[in-house]
Ligand binder design. Structure first.
Ligand code: HEC
Length: 157
C-alpha cells in the first residue's frame, strides 16, 4: 500500500518534470521572460509533445546560416542554397492558421530570394547580403515567434 503510494507520487513527479522541461525547451512560447513567469499549467499542452515540421526545418536553417557565417569569416566559398529551404513554404506548422492569415508566405519568398542574392553577391557585398538574410529571419520572427530572436541575432556578422 505504502510502496504503491510512493510509486504513484514518483510517477507524477517524473511526468511533471518531463512536461516542465518540454515546455522550457519549446522556444516558441512567446518571449523568454514570459515563459519564465508562466506556471506549468498555463502552458499550452499540444506544443509540448512534438516539434512541427516547420520548427525542425527552422533548426536546419539556423545551422545553415551558422555554416555560411563561418565560411564568410574564413573567406571560403559559400555552400549553395539547398533545395530543402523552399520546403519552408509547405511544411506543417504548429499554428498553420496563424501563418495563413499573415504575411508568412511573402516573407518566406523574400527570405529565399535574399539567400539567392547572398550566393550571387560579389566578394565585397557578401557580409551585407548575409546580414540582410538574417534580418529577414528576424522580421518574420517579430510577427510569429519571438522566442528565438536572441539566438538569431547571434548569427549576424
Ligand atoms: C517567413 C518566416 C520565417 C523566417 C524567414 C524564419 N523563420 Fe524561424 N520560425 C518561423 C515560424 C513561424 C516558426 C514556428 C514554427 C512552428 O512552431 O511550427 C519558427 C521557428 C523557429 C525556431 C524555433 C523552432 C522550435 O524548436 O520551436 C528557430 C530556432 C528559428 N525559427 C530560427 C530561424 C532562423 C535562424 C531563421 C533565419 C536563418 C529563421 N528562423 C527564418 C518563421 C520564420
Amino acid at each position: 500500500m505504502f510502496t504503491d503510494f510512493f510509486c504513484l507520487m514518483k510517477k507524477i513527479f517524473t511526468i511533471s518534470t518531463i512536461f516542465a522541461i518540454a515546455a522550457f525547451v519549446s522556444q516558441c512560447s512567446q518571449s523568454e521572460s514570459n515563459t519564465a513567469n508562466q506556471t506549468t499549467q498555463d502552458r499550452e499542452a499540444p506544443k509540448m509533445y512534438e516539434r512541427s515540421e516547420l520548427a525542425a526545418l527552422m533548426h536546419e536553417v539556423h545551422d545553415l546560416s551558422a555554416i555560411w557565417k563561418e565560411e564568410l569569416e574564413n573567406g571560403q566559398p559559400l555552400t549553395p542554397v539547398p533545395d530543402w529551404v523552399s520546403n519552408m513554404l509547405t511544411a506543417d506548422a504548429t499554428s498553420p492558421d496563424e501563418l495563413a492569415a499573415g504575411p508568412f508566405e511573402a516573407l518566406a519568398h523574400e527570405y529565399i530570394r535574399n539567400l539567392e542574392k547572398l550566393i550571387d553577391a560579389e566578394e565585397g557585398g557578401r557580409v551585407d547580403a548575409f546580414n540582410t538574410s538574417i534580418q529577414t529571419c528576424i522580421s518574420c520572427h517579430k510577427i510569429y515567434c519571438n522566442g528565438p530572436i536572441p539566438k538569431i541575432e547571434k548569427l549576424r556578422l
